[in-house]
Write a protein that binds this ligand. Structure first.
Ligand SMILES: [Zn+2]
Ligand SMILES: [Zn+2]
Length: 253
């Protein structure tokens, strides 16, 4: 299985519009972060987790020619706003499968009412096939996905375990019974926003504590803000099995 980090930035991305913060002015390509999402490919399958406002650019950058579905972690704008840009895939492939909690589907229906329209639908609008997620295993292609629930302040957010790989983002707490579901994964992705604490995201210290509890062979940090610091400098301070993800990083599971 191949995982491509399509974006590793927090909701505003890096650079932040108009910011003169040194990280926003950095020339290191690893300090330029689009909104958080990953592409997961195996056999002939390709799925994305989340579909944020940079989706079009991300699909062009990685040369993705088809997607079999989109798994949504939650309904925040930085994770859903690219949904209209599934059109090229829809025109070629037909209805695109989406997987999301019913609360997230409700939000998508409000934001993208024309996509879900059933009468007199505008012909240029894409159509999606809705798969409602509950906190129990489901299949995509020939793979079983185990959702894992975390908290993002008061909002339930889904992460996803696919065999030895687990992807979580936008959490600042995970109950023990959910943590137990992902123990034993070899590769873990988790969010680390910045150095200072935050009400709805792990900061660096909390993300490292979370990684210790899971104890994977390797972990990648994502959903990073400019307040975390320069990629090169932060990376030097991390444990040897923990890496800052960066845009377009590809890993093999
Ligand atoms: Zn987010
Ligand atoms: Zn969020």
């Amino acid at each position: 299985m191949k995982v491509t980090f399509l974006g590793t930035g927090t909701s505003q991305g890096i650079p932040v519009i108009g910011s003169k913060h040194p990280v926003c002015l950095s020339n290191d390509f690893r300090d330029k972060r689009l909104r958080t999402s990953v592409l997961i490919e195996w056999d002939d399958y390709s799925y994305v987790i989340d579909c944020g406002p940079d989706f079009r650019q991300q699909m062009l950058r990685c040369g993705c020619e088809k997607i079999d579905g989109i798994l949504f972690t939650h309904e925040h704008s930085d994770h859903v706003l690219g949904l209209d840009d599934i059109r090229p895939f829809y025109f070629k492939q037909g209805d695109i499968s989406i997987y999301a909690h019913k609360r997230v589907i409700k939000s998508l229906k409000k934001r993208f009412d024309y996509i879900f329209e059933t009468e007199n639908k505008y012909p240029g609008a894409p159509t999606v096939k809705i798969n409602k997620l509950k906190n129990k295993a489901f299949k995509i292609g020939n793979l079983t996905v185990l959702p894992v629930k975390g908290l993002h302040f008061k909002l339930d957010v889904f992460g996803f375990r696919l065999n030895d790989f687990c992807y979580t983002t936008d959490i600042n707490y995970m109950p023990k019974k959910e943590i137990d579901k992902i123990k034993g994964v070899k590769t873990l992705v988790v969010n680390a926003l910045r150095i200072e604490p935050h009400y709805s995201h792990f900061n660096l210290e909390e993300a490292l504590e979370f990684i210790k509890k899971i104890n994977p062979e390797r972990a990648y940090l994502t959903h990073i803000s400019h307040m975390l610091g320069f990629h090169a400098e932060v990376q030097k301070q991390l444990p040897e099995n923990v890496f800052l993800a960066y845009d377009n990083l590809k890993i093999t599971i």
